[in-house]
Design a protein around this ligand. Structure first.
Ligand SMILES: Nc1ncnc2c1ncn2[C@@H]1O[C@H](COP(=O)(O)OP(=O)(O)OP(=O)(O)O)[C@@H](O)[C@H]1O
Ligand SMILES: [Mg+2]
Ligand SMILES: [Zn+2]
Length: 457
């Protein structure tokens, strides 16, 4: 008779999507991720039954549910309000993902200290740093508070006890990968642990109506923490990004049950902590050298906010081998398409040129309205002729070399006007939808070569 204990059985779980398999697979057959299968012990389903409402859940008619509008808690950090869709919703579970060292702890500590008050005590659960390490950071940022409570703990059962005893108004968990539930035998950070712990926090958030922020080492394409699994669970997913060497950091909404996605918040990392950047266009253009070839300005829509950014191109003859195509902030496939248009429709020999594209400030120009700016920057560098510094370029480039209409043209033009631009090149097709009283000169074009005629000296 087999006496093999149940708990000794293991299975392989894809850390990206949660797919389980009895054997190890080099590539997950569900989501296609490589090397994502990790061996974990098979757990008996959690014995604890949970309810997100309360112990005695029952169906309630929608009309009888008590809810007052405008119950959101306003963050002290304006940019955080923006990405959350206008403040913190009580009982919401928010995940802040981002690369190591990007500033997740700094952001949450700053907000927590400024928001906490006697009437609104906040619990900061730190699983990664000791209380004195967090204090050291707080001192550097010149922050102090009587109403922010630090709890250096990783054991979930113990954390839940403290939450019950303290009854905080808001909770921050830094980070979900460091938390573990004693009942589960897999290591902290494994998919089962991350999922179980997140579920537990979800239950606390919903049943006690406490907003909870969980920090996660989640890379957008990485699978280490099972981002997909967490993504479905949380109400809001924010992503903190930017190069570590770069001083600008962008907080982006990836998912939001209570507001628009596409919103971004812009911060500057300083010794005193993260500083909000209320007018990003000014910052992104502040170091621009005028009258230099290969540089143009476009206007991107980040959610509801127009942002002007500089697109730089550097084009030179290929000295050996295949021509190089290097991009930062622009999709490489989009660049290939635009180069093909230049080759075929404008007759430029791009096949013998190296092309480097950079969007200044670590911003992503992933909308087609930036096409015209990219194309003109490339030709400007190729011919070594500058674009007029007070000209802004808006338009999508089609495969036939035609300039196609773009959305939200008014907002973009207004932003350009505000920053002192004198001329705006727009798709001809957008002209009829424009009001007439612009202070900026508006030039409508239909073909990409018309834009190239604008290059001076
Ligand atoms: N003295 C300092 N002056 C300026 N910037 C600093 C200073 N000390 C730390 N920083 C910035 O703070 C960043 C680290 O911030 P923080 O610890 O909040 O990041 P994190 O996302 O929580 O990292 P982790 O994933 O390791 O927990 C550093 O990358 C650096 O940019
Ligand atoms: Mg941290
Ligand atoms: Zn998978």
């Amino acid at each position: 008779m087999s006496v093999k204990k149940k708990r000794d059985r293991t299975q392989f779980i894809c850390q990206a999507c949660g797919f389980t398999s009895a054997r190890w697979l080099g590539r997950c057959s569900e989501c296609g991720e490589w090397n994502s299968m990790i061996e974990e012990r098979i757990q008996a389903p959690a014995t604890q039954k949970r309810s997100i409402a309360n112990a005695s859940s029952k169906p309630i008619p929608l009309a009888e549910i008590d809810y007052k509008d405008g119950e959101r808690i306003k963050c002290v950090t304006g940019e955080l309000n923006r990405v959350l869709g206008g403040g913190i919703v009580p009982g919401s579970l928010v995940l802040i993902g981002g690369d190591p060292g990007i500033g997740k702890s700094t952001l949450m500590l700053q907000e927590a200290v400024n928001l906490a008050s006697t009437a609104f005590p906040i619990l900061y659960v730190s699983g990664e740093e000791s209380a004195s390490q967090t204090k050291m950071r707080a001192n550097r940022l010149q922050l102090n508070s009587d109403a922010l409570y630090l709890l250096p703990e990783t054991n979930l059962e113990s954390i839940v006890e403290h939450i019950e005893a303290m009854n905080p108004s808001m909770i921050i968990v830094d980070s979900i990968q460091s938390m573990y539930q004693g009942e589960l035998e897999s290591a902290p950070g494994s998919l089962s642990q991350v999922r179980e712990c997140a579920l537990q926090f979800l239950t606390i958030a919903k049943s006690k109506s406490i907003p909870i922020f969980i920090i996660g080492h989640v890379t957008k394409d990485g699978y280490i923490a099972g981002p997909k699994v967490l993504e479905h669970l949380v109400d809001t997913l924010l992503f903190f990004e930017g190069d570590r060497e770069h001083i600008y950091r962008i907080l982006r909404t990836i998912k939001n049950r209570f507001g628009s996605t596409n919103e971004i918040g812009v911060f500057e990392m300083t010794e005193k902590g993260l500083r909000e950047v209320p007018n990003p266009s000014e910052i992104f253009l502040s170091q621009r050298k005028e009258k230099i070839s290969g540089s143009s300005v476009v206007c991107l829509m980040e959610g509801t906010r127009p942002i002007l950014v500089e697109i730089q191109a550097l084009v030179g003859p290929t000295s050996y081998g295949l021509p190089q195509r290097t991009t930062a902030g622009v999709d490489a496939k989009r660049l290939a398409l635009l180069l093909a248009v230049l080759e075929k429709r404008v007759g430029l020999r791009m096949g013998t040129q190296d092309v480097f594209i950079n969007v200044v400030g670590g911003v992503k120009a992933d909308e087609t309205s930036a096409d015209l700016g990219i194309v003109v920057s490339i030709v400007s560098s190729l011919k070594n002729r500058a674009i007029h510094p007070k000209t802004i370029l808006l338009g999508e480039v089609g495969l036939g070399g035609e300039i196609r209409a773009i959305s939200k043209i008014e907002k973009r033009i207004t932003e350009a006007e505000k920053l002192g631009f004198k001329q705006c090149i727009v798709p001809q097709a957008n002209l009829k939808s424009l009001r007439s009283e612009n202070r900026i000169e508006i030039v409508g074009i239909e073909k990409v070569d018309q834009a190239l005629d604008l290059l001076t000296n």
